[in-house]
Design a binder for this molecule. Structure first.
Ligand code: ZN
Length: 119
């Protein structure tokens, strides 16, 4: 993947990351559970780099789709950093740009995706 395209995806991922962080914070603040509002306070005082570690110890991802999304976005951004973005994590073929445009956090090509779901 050329660097212009990668930069485009990086910007897309970062802007979504910002909005998902806000959405997750709002969700935690509005929760009636005490641990959630305490966690929101803690996260607000923490750097974005620490978010995942802190949230992972306290949140059940099943209950927080925004947190699941955050994990995926961070993973994709990390792959950009190490030059692995846009490749299937199982068979290492290059992913379709159109699939990545639809969701830049995808990790697998279509055929590996199907295999992963039927296993
Ligand atoms: Zn694959």
């Amino acid at each position: 993947m050329n660097s212009d395209k990668t930069r485009h995806f990086q910007e897309q991922l970062q802007s979504e990351l910002t909005s998902v962080r806000h959405a997750l914070l709002d969700e935690l603040k509005q929760s009636s559970q005490k641990f959630a509002s305490e966690l929101a306070e803690l996260l607000e005082q923490s750097s974005p780099a620490e978010w995942l570690d802190i949230a992972a110890t306290q949140l059940n991802p099943q209950q927080y789709p925004n947190f699941q999304r955050l994990v995926k976005l961070e993973a994709a951004l990390c792959q950009i950093d190490i030059g692995q973005f846009g490749y299937c994590c199982d068979c290492e073929t290059q992913l379709n740009t159109s699939d990545l445009m639809a969701d830049p956090t995808i990790q697998r090509c279509n055929s590996c995706n199907q295999k992963a779901h039927t296993d």
